[in-house]
Ligand binder design. Structure first.
Ligand code: FES
Length: 235
């Protein structure tokens, strides 16, 4: 008897049939991977990167564009997140997703590009996050296909407040709580400007880490007090 060709998907051996890509194989195995640009009857476009999975030794790839090969070890983090979400819901705990795009599929600038940040927000919402945490973005557009849509639709991404609003719109039209982190340690004025942009764009708050604990206690408390005033619209 000839042994069936298999690959490992989220730790389970899954037989490979006539599937044209990892996405089809995962769906046959009952794992739902979100997609945007994929249609089974059309040629593969592979542009949206919504269907990312991890292949051991190869990194993060678009599952709709990769042929299943025997011996592959594939992990879909979406499934992992769903399981964790189920567990959290069973205990009455809210799900917070830190949606930080990383990996070889995007450039360094792409990690904070507005098209990628907006996708990150949308994916987190689709995965069931109650609270989404993303990074503040730049006006860089990573994907050529996205660039033409942003230009055609004249989506305003010129200011940080406009980009915050766009990210909020991308997560069920602002119906999810979204907080933003600013990244590198910066001067207090930079932190305050970020907070005003988040407030004006309709965001729900700043995540402050190193910008408080890398300051003296007095400075950190004064900074946090001013941030509260900014979110109250008083500063
Ligand atoms: S669904 Fe768009 S890249 Fe796979």
């Amino acid at each position: 008897m000839i042994a069936a060709k298999t690959l490992k998907l989220n730790g389970k051996d899954v037989p490979i049939g006539d599937e044209r890509n990892l996405l089809e194989l995962a769906r046959k195995a009952g794992i739902d991977i979100p997609t945007f640009c994929y249609h089974s009857e059309l040629s593969i476009y592979g542009a949206c990167r919504l269907c990312l999975v991890e292949i051991e030794g190869r990194g993060i790839v678009a599952s709709c564009s990769v042929l299943p090969e025997p011996g592959m070890v594939v992990r879909t983090h979406t499934e992992e997140i769903r399981e964790m979400r189920k567990e959290a819901a069973a205990k009455g705990v809210a799900t917070v997703i830190w949606s930080y795009p990383r990996g070889e599929a995007i450039s360094k600038d792409g990690e904070t590009a507005i098209d990628i940040a907006a996708y990150a927000a949308q994916i987190a919402a689709l995965l069931g996050a109650h609270v989404i945490k993303i990074k503040l973005s730049t006006d860089h557009l990573e994907l050529p296909a996205a660039k033409s849509v942003y230009e055609e639709q004249q989506i305003d991404i010129a200011t940080q407040a406009a980009r915050v609003k766009h990210c909020m719109d991308s997560a069920f039209a602002g119906r999810r709580i979204m907080v933003f982190s600013g990244g590198a340690k910066k001067g207090a004025d930079g932190v305050f400007d970020d907070a005003r942009a988040i407030r004006d764009g309709g965001g729900n708050g700043s995540i402050i880490g190193r910008n408080s604990f890398q300051r003296s206690r007095e400075d950190a408390l004064a900074m946090l007090a001013k941030l509260v005033e900014i979110y109250k619209g008083k500063a």
